[in-house]
Design a protein around this ligand. Structure first.
Ligand SMILES: CC(C)(COP(=O)(O)OP(=O)(O)OC[C@H]1O[C@@H](n2cnc3c(N)ncnc32)[C@H](O)[C@@H]1OP(=O)(O)O)[C@@H](O)C(=O)NCCC(=O)NCCS
Length: 88
């Protein structure tokens, strides 16, 4: 699920990934990466220069996945979650 709201006052919520869940049986086969690429493509089409995502920190979270997909940690936490951004 992606969200597009360029006028949102909180920059981290202006555009990006809102929810991303791949069925357990389908993980590790590139589905998540494909979804990230789809959101990035749509963001470019809409004139965005970055997309953002929030994730729960910790070893069981999706941090490594997002880093492998090119996101970097901005260093900010929002509602206790890590903020990641992918420059387009
Ligand atoms: C996180 C999630 C979306 C990843 O989806 P996926 O389809 O398994 O990921 P992919 O197969 O596209 O993996 C892409 C890359 O990330 C890496 N990766 C994925 N999960 C990883 C993990 N848990 N630890 C380390 N690397 C991981 C893969 O090895 C792959 O690397 P490579 O292509 O550079 O070799 C999926 O595990 C999931 O739905 N998790 C539960 C819900 C969740 O945490 N969603 C995110 C909420 S913000």
């Amino acid at each position: 699920m992606a969200n597009w709201d360029p006028d949102e006052p909180i920059p981290e919520f202006r555009g990006g990934i809102w929810r991303l869940n791949v069925a357990k049986s389908a993980r590790g086969r590139g589905v998540g990466r494909f979804a990230v690429a789809g959101v990035a493509e749509e963001a470019r089409r809409r004139g965005y220069d970055r997309i953002t995502v929030l994730w729960v920190p910790g070893p069981d979270g999706p941090e490594q996945f997002y880093l492998r997909c090119g996101f970097r940690k901005t260093g900010d936490l929002l509602f206790g979650e890590v903020v990641g951004e992918l420059r387009l």
